[in-house]
Unconditional design. Structure first.
Lengths: 371, 494
């Protein structure tokens, strides 16, 4: 992944930013990925650091473990956000005032909590059922809290992320620019957010994805009527359009765009509940290593792999999953969880620290890029 | 006494109990001075039968319809001819000769049911799969001659997979074809065919040689499929049993099925219970049970026949009384997703542990941590696993619908559908150490008498009875009414 995607794309962005300092980018990199990069590909972290030094790059805050912590009662969510914020600041010297939750999961309640933590803005998905006939090209406002919402234009984002090479000839920057130009001028912000792996992994180098990215950013930098903003700048500068209420959970995943990608079936809910049942025990042990494992087991991907959805969504789940079937994902996860709970019991009863648990869990995490 | 025996698998290349049973029988028959010529669809290499000769059916040329091919490929490869000779003259060690027949049969689950679950989970489990590329169906042309293509009949060896794959039914037919060739070229006194895959072969061998046929029923389609019986397999089973001179079943349970569902004359059926090879040095140096001392194990294919859902229901009840109980599920099959979903719906996943399909040492390790073994089979012709559990010192609970219960007075028996009684039995074993100990002691004692030698003795008697009957002068047939009258009712085998 580092060689196919992170390193070449970072190099390209650095080149473009140096040529056109107006170009701005925001990244959202989970703590789980940072840990892995530190261990296996430190040169990737170096390249992000170089990008950070250009001053054109923002690093959003998310939950450290790319987790579903927003669904855990108590302070777990807050802890993971703080942990991520501190890690990012230490690594890149950037402290963003915009939050993006795991897979853009959001609700009014999450917004309130984010605001209470001092964030000025949040990134979520501009899905039809919350914006209705409106468009996502504005900065919205939380109904109560002092928090601004940036909504992703999922169509334009997916045109690149999913549909880049779907047609006979791949999408061109020119074509894409005509779509952007069609947007009326009073609609003042376009938020594009995609998996960083779009560049070089989901779409390999041979598809021309890097040329597309270069041409698009260059074209946008040249045009006077466009201006790049980081999310932090957008929520500072742009006027709010109107309030937006999101009473129940939304996300950017699957056609439902709710929590069903992770907690849609009994296996997923049972696995998640089983994990939560360990919280009291694990926290009473004050064992950093065990606690870190418990939090790593919260990563949303584990539950994503257990989805039994069919159709297009099922295909996407399958594409990302390292398992041949959701049942194996579930069995493996539960076996890991059982081994882990045995560790907890041993620690509890013998009051000694078990040796490092080897988790069999695939923990590779995604980064997301916000342009 | 020389027996032409048709099998489908032989250790170490087995996917079920059939191969194990065939090995146990052939070895024990040798002690009775019975010579066995063992035919398998395919020799995988490594089959070790000290006292059997093997015939590899994959080396027997049979008549096959082929599209007309260029001249140079028409003549059978001289290599095939050569290996045919080698196959037939496979050096007999002791009394058993083994003949390999080319075969395409694979674990029947896939041929039979459309109920294949998504994801192919029935084979999830690091399953031993010997699918040979050469036997992929598309490679062989069997298309009817409708497009004016020219076909010719070529006599050449058919490459069997010897598994239970999607072409099982075709392989069964081919196997029967090779049986004719084998029967014509070998000398033997009795034909003995194991399970339906080999029944047609047995019937053909009988037709060619006129020797008496025993069909040995290790399992029936009724056990395997419950109400969704595959009519083709059922028909083959029935044909085999009808045309055989003697039907051997592995239990009274199976005998009753043969009578009830296949309309076989009970007098024609002989029950020969399976045996179990002694395993004196059970290795128990495994780690102490990490999950505590309330571990209940299910070991077997996760299919309707084995009653996995009844195990889940019983587990639910056990957990009400023993909240720290854990349930190990060792095996795989088409009901695995159903089982998992039910367990998840009951929120019991953290009490269940799925190991997948296990072999050898891994099974020993499961036994070493198990406090109770449960086999809630809905319909089980025999069921060797409870005996293996006992050998490993694990007390067992079995369903009354399992043939093995006939030879196990010292096991707790319940009806498979009675989850309440099953749960109660599990709780009692977990609760009363004395009960566990008594069961272990007594059943370990009685298992000593469940041997393949016993089975082989019974079979040998049968062989002699049948051959004696045959030796009677031809004209006496006119006077007989019993079995030869039945024979006359089925003059045409195909």
């Amino acid at each position: 992944m580092a060689n196919h995607c992170y390193l070449p794309t970072n190099a390209l962005l650095l080149k473009l930013i140096r040529k056109n300092p107006a170009i701005k980018i925001a990244f959202s990199i989970s703590g789980i990925l940072i840990d892995q990069l530190e261990e296996y590909a430190p040169e990737v972290l170096d390249s992000f650091r170089t990008l950070a030094q250009t001053g054109s790059v923002d690093f959003l805050t998310e939950t450290y473990y790319h987790s579903l912590a927003c669904l855990i009662p108590g302070k777990e969510f807050d802890f993971q956000i703080r942990k991520h914020q501190e890690r990012i600041e230490k690594l890149f010297g950037v402290r963003s005032n915009v939050f993006r939750n795991t897979e853009l999961i959001y609700s009014d309640h999450i917004g309130q909590r984010i605001s209470d933590l001092g964030f000025k803005g949040v990134l979520s998905d501009g899905i039809d059922r919350i914006i209705g006939h409106d468009n996502p090209h504005h900065v919205f406002e939380h109904p109560e809290a002092d928090l601004k919402l940036l909504l992703r234009n999922y169509r334009l984002s997916d045109d690149i992320a999913f549909r880049f090479s779907q047609k006979q000839s791949p999408l061109t920057a020119n074509q894409y620019m005509t779509w952007l130009n069609d947007i009326p001028v009073d609609q003042n912000v376009i938020t594009l957010a995609l998996d960083y792996e779009t560049f070089g992994e989901h779409h390999k180098k041979e598809t021309g994805i890097f040329t597309f990215l270069e041409n698009l950013l260059t074209a946008l930098a040249r045009k006077k009527d466009y201006r790049f903003l980081t999310p932090s700048e957008a929520v500072e500068i742009l006027p709010e359009h109107k309030t937006l209420s999101v009473p129940s959970f939304i996300s950017w995943a699957d056609e439902e765009r709710d929590l069903s990608a992770w907690l849609g079936n009994e296996m997923q809910r049972d696995a998640f509940d089983s994990l939560l049942k360990l919280e009291t025990d694990i926290k009473s042990l004050h064992n950093k290593s065990l606690l870190n494992t418990w939090r790593s087991l919260q990563t949303s991907d584990h539950f994503y792999y257990m989805s039994t959805k069919k159709g297009n969504d099922g295909g996407v789940h399958f594409y990302f999953s390292p398992y041949p079937s959701p049942y194996e994902a579930f069995i493996n996860y539960m076996n890991v969880l059982t081994d882990f709970s045995l560790q907890i019991n041993i620690s509890k009863s013998a009051n000694r620290i078990g040796q490092n648990l080897t988790t069999r869990v695939a923990t590779e995490k995604k980064a997301a890029v916000v342009i | 006494m020389k027996v032409l025996m048709f099998g489908w698998e032989f250790p170490p290349h087995i996917s079920g109990g059939l191969g194990t049973a065939c090995a146990g029988l052939t070895h024990a028959l040798d002690k009775e001075n019975v010579e066995v010529l063992f035919v398998v669809p395919k020799l995988h290499g490594g089959e070790k039968a000290v006292h059997a000769s093997f015939i590899d059916a994959s080396h027997i040329p049979i008549l096959q319809q082929k599209p007309t091919a260029p001249l140079n490929t028409r003549n059978p490869d001289p290599g095939i001819q050569k290996s045919l000779k080698e196959g037939k003259s496979a050096k007999p060690k002791g009394n058993i000769q083994r003949i390999e027949v080319s075969s395409l049969l694979s674990p029947y689950t896939s041929v039979l049911s459309d109920a294949r679950t998504a994801y192919g989970l029935e084979s999830w489990n690091y399953f031993f799969d010997t699918f040979d590329e050469r036997t992929i169906p598309g490679r062989r042309s069997h298309s009817p001659n409708v497009n004016g293509d020219t076909f010719e009949y070529v006599k050449e060896a058919y490459t069997f997979s010897g598994t239970y794959g999607p072409n099982l039914l075709e392989e069964v037919q081919r196997y029967a074809q090779t049986a004719r060739e084998i029967a014509a070229e070998n000398i033997f006194d009795v034909i003995h065919a194991h399970d339906w895959m080999t029944f047609l072969a047995g019937v053909q061998a009988k037709k060619i040689s006129g020797k008496p046929l025993i069909v040995h029923v290790h399992a029936t389609e009724i056990d395997r499929s419950g109400k969704q019986v595959n009519p083709q397999i059922f028909a083959i089973e029935k044909q085999g049993m009808m045309l055989a001179d003697k039907v051997v079943t592995v239990s009274n349970w199976t005998k009753n099925i043969a009578v009830k569902y296949y309309a076989i004359d009970p007098d024609k059926i002989e029950v020969v219970h399976n045996g179990i090879n002694p395993k004196p040095n059970f290795d128990t140096d495994a780690l102490p049970p990490p999950l505590g001392s309330h571990i209940v194990t299910f070991l077997g294919r996760i299919t309707h026949q084995k009653g996995p859902m009844y195990f889940v229901e019983a587990a639910r009840r056990v957990l009400e009384k023993f909240p720290d109980a854990h349930f190990v599920v060792a095996g795989s099959g088409d009901q695995l997703p159903l089982m998992i979903e039910r367990i998840a719906a009951l929120r019991l996943s953290d009490h269940f542990h799925f190991t997948g399909f296990l072999k050898g040492v891994d099974i020993d390790r499961v036994w070493s941590i198990s406090n109770v073994y449960v086999m809630p089979s809905v319909s089980e012709p025999f069921g060797i696993a409870p005996l293996e559990a006992i050998q490993a010192g694990v007390p067992v609970i079995i369903s009354r619908q399992a043939g093995v219960s006939e030879v196990m007075p010292h096991a707790i028996k319940v009806d498979f559908w009675n989850s309440e009684a099953l749960a109660e039995a599990i709780c009692n074993l977990l609760r009363f150490k004395s009960l566990t100990n008594t069961l272990k002691k007594n059943s370990a004692e009685e298992i000593k008498s469940i041997t393949w030698d016993k089975a082989a003795k019974k079979l040998t008697t049968l062989y002699y009875e049948l051959t004696k009957k045959q030796e009677k002068p031809e004209k006496s047939d006119l006077l007989l009414s019993g079995s030869s009258a039945k024979k006359a009712a089925h003059p045409a085998l195909f």
